[in-house]
Design a protein around this ligand. Structure first.
Ligand SMILES: N[C@@H](CCC(=O)N[C@@H](CS)C(=O)NCC(=O)O)C(=O)O
Length: 307
């Protein structure tokens, strides 16, 4: 029997399943919980193990696993989580994305594809290529619109949910990334600034709400193919897929960082986001078996080191 897959998440000071907070690691966690945790329809699922890594330890951990940095053209930090260790699938699968000699992979998109390839059922692309195209579109809307538009409403609260070392690292590195502005001051500081930030986010997220809502029922034929009924809660009606997980991971970030902002966010539109959240919550909260990950030099990283 091969080793269980191990998942690396980012530490926080939150308790229970809410300890998992990052919009990127939550994308992978949702897939792992959907595919690998035993459920009524999948009682023999293998489960997985996990560890929570403090921000300043991510780089030394990934170096110890021989993972190269992202190219300097990437918009993220060079060494990032989520990552998995799963030599039994990663060493035997010839993909263009993974050449790692230790059976480790990071970066949420290649991770999603690798997990789908290795554990095809239940699928995260229920309509095949169409679901894949949908996920790409949702990812684009999030990355180029929603995420930057929502910065001012979520980034100021991130440091306070991290463990102490993570908090110091986050404030220092993000102050540099944001050109000297502390992440705590990322919100619009002008009069009524918070409402201006909300206006930006509402505009950016509207396409996703419309996509979840689907064609207005009055415009659908009343007969044939069951298409006359209301859509949702997922982009593909009652079939969940990776496109949904991308949005749920984003909502999870808000829920962890600032509950009252999250409440306002999921109430936008006609509750499409809240229904998506409620239908997916079980996959968001699932946890693997926690197992400390040891590597040479662990614990030797002073707080002030790193990017
Ligand atoms: N393209 C990467 C981005 C992941 C990412 O940016 N992760 C952040 C946490 S949300 C990280 O690990 N940052 C490490 C750092 O800032 O040092 C993915 O999709 O996995």
């Amino acid at each position: 029997m091969s080793e269980k897959l191990h998942f690396f998440d980012i530490a926080s000071s939150l308790k229970g399943p809410r300890q998992s907070w990052s919009p990127n690691t939550l994308k992978t966690r949702l897939i792992l919980n959907y595919k690998l945790l035993p459920s009524a329809s999948n009682p023999d699922a293998p489960g997985y193990t996990q560890s929570y890594i403090s921000y300043p330890d991510i780089r030394p951990l990934l170096l110890s696993l021989s993972l190269p940095p992202h190219p300097s053209s990437a918009t993220s930090a060079p060494y990032t989580l989520p990552a998995i260790s799963h030599p039994s699938s990663l060493l035997s699968t010839a993909t263009t994305t993974n050449k790692n000699p230790k059976g480790v992979l990071n970066n949420s998109w290649p991770l999603a594809l690798h997990l789908e390839h290795t554990f095809p059922q239940p699928t995260i692309f229920p309509s095949g290529q169409t679901s894949y195209a949908l996920a790409l579109a949702v990812q684009h809307i999030l990355a180029s619109g929603v995420v930057p538009a929502g910065y001012g409403l979520v980034i100021p609260y991130v440091a306070d949910m991290l463990d102490e070392r993570g908090r110091n690292y986050f404030v220092r590195t993000r102050t540099k990334t944001f050109g000297g502005v502390s992440p705590r001051d990322m919100g619009d500081q002008s009069e009524n600034g918070e409402e201006k930030d909300w206006a930006k986010l509402e505009k950016a997220i509207d396409p996703l709400i419309n996509m979840l809502r689907g064609i207005p029922e009055s415009l659908l034929p009343s007969e044939g193919g069951g298409q006359g009924r209301a859509r949702g809660p997922f982009f593909e009606g009652d079939k969940v897929g990776y496109a949904d997980f991308l949005v749920v991971a984003y909502l999870g970030w808000f829920e962890r960082a600032n509950k009252s902002h999250w409440e306002r966010l999921v109430d936008l539109g006609d509750g499409e986001l809240r229904r998506l959240w409620e239908a997916s919550e079980g996959w968001l909260e699932g946890q693997g078996e926690t197992r400390e990950w040891e590597w040479e030099g662990k614990g030797g990283v002073p707080e002030f080191e790193g990017e």
